[in-house]
Design a protein. Structure first.
Ligand code: ZN
Length: 315
């Protein structure tokens, strides 16, 4: 059966749109109202859960200094934490969000993973809706996304810069501040997803960094250096492994960018300095990532002198 047009409101006594022949009030009305109120409760849980998690972070202050140094690449002393919201755009909040989702504590778990256990044991109090989100948030990590589409008043479509996946982000407040082509480095948290929906609704959880539209390609190049570096030891590592172990490098890229006018030379330097710091050449990066060096890019290291032996004999 065809569903009624969305703008036409079905009366309580009208036949139900499902074609059962029963009145709407005796059929799908109740189910649909329940789904709506459940979605509302999940949305409220999204708003209440993150502050609870951040509050729980305050109970493990001994874990902060190491995490802080890693996230800010030793750019700031830990004592400066409280100034960072001013110095770096929402810096303290961005750090705490990363700490909660990404940083592996002494016990090997992230705070969100730890809180899932604590919730089961009853030592972290959450309501059933918060509990459901907390479970889904276990695997959320800091990632870079490009804004693929803005849907006014509804949200936006974000594409993972380190993959092909696209995410429907129903966070229309976040969408208001963004434009197509810009980059968001943040945490996409599944939120008020209706039970029968095929894919989750996502929100930007906590504070995210927002980059101009000249940055996506260089950000990927920068991240690729770290992927190449990891592949020297473990040739099979993927983007997920990188983000599991080193998602702070995304923030290192963010904090190196100029805050006023765009400056392409800064990004160029960021990538070449990164390559030097990791002791990689353009050639080794290309080969570790399993691709050819573009023809216009000369290898930095002189090739071994060609001898007659290296030339292939015609068959
Ligand atoms: Zn029905």
């Amino acid at each position: 059966m065809a569903k009624p047009a969305k703008n036409k409101k079905l009366g309580r006594n009208d036949p139900c749109h499902c074609g059962s022949g029963r009145k709407y009030k005796d059929c799908h009305l109740i189910i649909e109202e329940a789904a709506r109120s459940e979605q509302l409760l999940l949305r409220q849980a999204q708003d209440s859960l993150l502050p609870k998690i951040i509050e729980a972070a305050q109970s493990v202050p001994e874990q902060f200094p190491e995490a802080f140094a890693r996230f800010w690449q030793n750019k700031y002393p830990f004592e400066q934490m409280s100034d960072l919201d001013a110095v770096e755009d929402r810096g303290a909040e961005r750090f705490l969000t990363w700490f909660a989702f990404d940083f592996h504590m002494n016990n090997g778990r992230t705070l969100v993973e730890q809180l899932n256990i604590a919730a089961d044991e009853g030592s972290f109090e959450v309501d059933p809706y918060e509990r459901r989100l907390l479970e889904q948030w276990r695997t959320v990590r800091l990632r870079p996304y490009i804004v693929a589409e803005i849907r006014k008043g509804k949200g936006m479509l974000l594409r993972d810069l380190l993959g092909e996946q696209e995410f429907d982000v129903t966070d229309y407040n976040a969408a208001k501040r963004l434009e197509v082509g810009e980059v968001v480095v943040g945490h996409l948290t599944p939120a008020d997803t209706p039970l029968d929906a095929p894919v989750p609704n996502y929100y930007l959880g906590g504070a995210a960094a927002h980059l101009t539209n000249d940055t996506p390609q260089k950000l990927v190049e920068f991240a690729e250096l770290h992927l190449a570096d990891m592949r020297r030891e473990r040739p099979d590592v993927t983007w997920s492994d990188l983000l599991e172990e080193r998602s702070e490098v995304l923030n290192h890229f963010v904090i190196a960018l100029p805050r006023e006018a765009p400056d392409p030379s800064v990004m160029e330097r960021l990538v070449s300095d990164g390559r030097i710091a990791l002791q990689l050449t353009k050639e080794s990066v290309a080969s570790l990532l399993g691709r050819m060096l573009p023809k216009d890019e000369e290898p930095e290291e002189p090739e071994a002198e060609k001898t007659d032996d290296s030339e292939e004999k015609p068959a």
